[in-house]
Every structure is written in C-alpha cells, then in structure tokens.
Write a protein that binds this ligand. Structure first.
Ligand code: FAD
Length: 371
C-alpha cells in the first residue's frame, strides 16, 4: 500500500524522517517556510542519537555526517567565576575513530539537505483538517494546500501545527534566559584563552550565572572554521532586562550585556567576550514540555521539539528528534494498520520525550535557578 506523508518543518527531525521514508520507497514531502541557513551552534550527539541518524540516513549522507563531525575525548571541568576549579571529569577514549560526538547545527542541516528533492521551501503552515477519507489536508499561508495520509508536525519548539491541533500543549517557561554566541577558536586563543580551557567543555557557575564554553573542532578535512559555542544563562529576574527588550537586542548590544555582566569575573574569562561574533549572538528563553502529552489517535503526529521542548542544558533535543524520526519511520513502513503503528509510536515518543525533558531540567537545576 502506498502512503503519502506530509512533514511540516525541514529541521533535524523532519529531514531524518524524510530520508528514512524515502529510502523505504514512501511518498514523502517536507514543507519548510524558511530557506535561509540554520543557526551555527554545536550539538552534542549521544550514542543513541548517532544510531538513529545512521538508521535513517542513506550511506553517503551518514558518511558526510561523520566527515563533518567532531570526535570529542576530553571530558569537562567546572569553575567558579574566578577560575577556581570545582570539579573535573575526564573521558575515556574508546579508540573508535568514526564516532560522532558533536556536529555543527548549520553544517548538519546542509548535509541533510544536500541533493534532496523532497523539500518545498516558502511553505508556511497555516491550518490542518481531516478529510472525508480519514486523511489530512494541510493549508499554507501562500494559499496552496496538499492532502496526505499522515501529517507530521516537525516544526520545532514554536510549532504552529501544535498551536492549531493541540492548543493547550504550551511549553512551560523555566524563567531562564540564555544568550548564545560563537567565538572563532583562533581568535579566542590569540585573545588569551588559558591552555587548560582550550580543548574541553568548560562550565562556569557563579551565584546567579551558569556559563558554558564548548569547543567545536571539525575533523582536519572538513574545511570549516573551528569555534567555541558559548552559552550564558541567567534567571530573567537577575538579568533585569525585560523580555520585550532582550529579544529585540541586536548582537552588539547582547555582547555588551555579556561584557557588563561578567565585568568582575576572572580577566581570562571576561576577556573572552570581546571576541564573540555579534552577528551570531542571540537570546532565547529556556522552556520545557511538562508533561509530554501524546497527540491522540488520528493521522496528525508530532516529533522532536514540537512535542517535547527541553532546555538546551541537557544537550539532548536533536538526539531525541532523530530517535523520534527513526521510530516514526519504522511505524510508517511496518505492515499492518496505520493507526496501530502510530499509537505504538506515540507511546514510545512520550516515554522517550519525558525521560529527556526530565533529565534536561535536572541538569539545568544543578547549575541555575529555574521556575
Ligand atoms: C544553542 C543551542 C544548543 C543546542 N545544543 C544541543 C545539543 O548539544 N544536543 C542536542 O541534541 N540538542 C541541542 N539543541 C537543541 C536542538 O537544536 C533541537 O532540539 C533540535 O533542533 C530540534 O529538532 P526539530 O527537528 O524538532 O526542530 P528544528 O530543528 O527546530 O526544526 C524545525 C523546522 O521547522 C520549520 N518551521 C517552523 N515553523 C514552521 C511553519 N509554520 N511552517 C513550516 N515550517 C516551519 C523551521 O524553520 C525549522 O526548519 C540545542 C539548541 C540550541 C538553540
């Protein structure tokens, strides 16, 4: 039986799913509103996430994923804002040279999009309804529409499909505001980044700030610029910048917030903020889907951040989105009733999503004040 699957959102989960379905011969189309390149930040990849990517992706795409990834063997260390070491953890290198430990978000999306013919750009989701034959009809802001057997909401944390289909499922605001930025590695090192912070994940915890500095060091032939992702987290009450101001601040002004807020930190830490890329500096709110709820019976199903938004402190959202994609691909290609396959998928999704959200919140709570 031929099934037609409509996916809203060409992000990590939506593209993994489409690759998996296309390999299995399923008719799939991905509708994406935005053709611009994705933001550049580092994504930690877990063993479960890596297995899911490899399950969904054709071999050449998997190979490109490995070639543009980072293998990370150094562990992490935590300091206070005066660079007094609190603890450290060293990883054990298992010698697996093909292991994927981290990727750059923009590069990953480019790898997933290279040469595909199943993505339609400029298609912003507007509405969804059921058809008389038990399928779905999706409408787009440009006035066009499409019909399919299944609609997959893979449109991220601010999912418009969720707002239309499950309007009560609103992620909870954890009260923390993150300022995310990127520092080219060469510039940070030239600017005096201490040797002991260069090759590992550094966490800085002060009374009211949690800060992470994470190296993204590509494999030698990847031809990309190595960098540090820096994430500065503070409760909105302590930050003292109202949301309507914060989320409109341009990169240079956000850099000034970082410089002012770290003025009394150790000079080697404070000095880092002189080198951030203002054009790649932005603020976001940490949110979480509590509880993670299934979307009920029927042909509209979610994956990824659309159903289980979580704080980025857990480094898990992209991994869980890829695991969802692999599981949904299995459900959509298994013999038997579609409704039964989707019910099993959703039960599994809720279990996996709940565990990841809880763990991300637990990790956030360990280093920052959350509501
Ligand atoms: C700074 C930062 C660091 C992170 N670090 C990690 C990490 O280390 N490890 C990890 O696993 N995760 C990490 N994450 C989280 C991870 O990026 C997300 O969980 C992941 O991208 C979610 O994938 P997704 O496919 O659900 O949604 P997304 O990747 O967000 O994709 C959603 C897509 O839907 C499109 N879309 C949205 N609305 C519409 C609409 N109305 N119509 C059509 N298209 C639409 C969007 O343009 C986008 O392309 C991090 C996130 C950030 C911001």
């Amino acid at each position: 039986m031929t099934r037609r699957v409509l996916v809203i959102g060409a992000g990590i989960g939506g593209l993994c799913l489409a690759h998996g379905l296309r390999q299995a011969g399923v008719d799939v189309v991905v509708y994406e509103r935005d053709a611009s390149p994705a933001r550049r930040h580092r994504l930690r990849i877990t063993p479960e996430g890596e297995r899911a990517f490899r399950e969904c992706l054709p071999a050449p795409v998997s190979d490109a994923l490995v070639a543009t990834s980072m293998r990370y063997t150094k562990g992490m260390a935590a300091y206070d804002e005066h660079l007094v070491r609190l603890w450290e953890h060293n990883d054990v290198d298992d010698g697996d040279l093909d292991r994927v430990d981290a990727v750059d978000h923009r590069t990953l999306r480019e790898v997933l999009l290279a040469g595909v013919d199943f993505v339609r750009y400029g298609k912003e989701f507007a509405a969804v309804s059921l058809t008389s034959s038990g399928g779905v009809r999706v409408r787009f802001r440009d006035g066009t529409s499409d019909d399919g057997d299944v609609l997959v909401a893979a449109d991220g944390a601010d999912s418009a499909v969720r707002a239309a289909w499950r309007p009560a499922d609103v992620p909870r605001d954890l009260g923390v505001r993150a300022i995310v930025t990127r520092i080219p590695m060469v510039r940070a090192i030239k600017g005096g980044l201490p040797e002991f912070m260069r090759d590992r994940f550094t966490s800085v915890v002060s009374a009211d700030v949690s800060f992470g500095l994470l190296p993204m060091e590509f494999r030698p032939d990847a031809g990309a610029e190595d960098y540090y992702m820096a994430v500065f987290n503070m409760h909105r009450d302590d930050l003292g910048v109202p949301d309507d101001v914060l989320f409109e601040l341009p990169g240079p002004a956000l850099r000034e917030v970082l410089r002012n807020r770290t003025a009394d930190w150790h000079p080697d830490l404070h000095g880092l903020f002189a080198h951030v890329e203002p054009s790649e500096t932005y603020a976001l709110a940490l949110r979480a889907s509590v509880p993670v709820r299934p979307w009920g019976q029927g042909p509209v199903v979610p994956l990824g951040d659309a159903v289980h938004t979580m704080p980025l402190s857990g480094g898990a959202g992209a991994n869980v989105a890829a695991q969802d994609a692999a599981a949904l691909c299995r459900a959509l290609t298994a013999p038997g009733l579609l409704s039964e396959g989707l019910a099993v998928y959703q039960a599994d999704l809720v279990r996996r999503g709940t565990a990841a959200v809880e763990e991300s919140i637990r990790m956030a709570r360990g280093s920052m004040r959350i509501d």
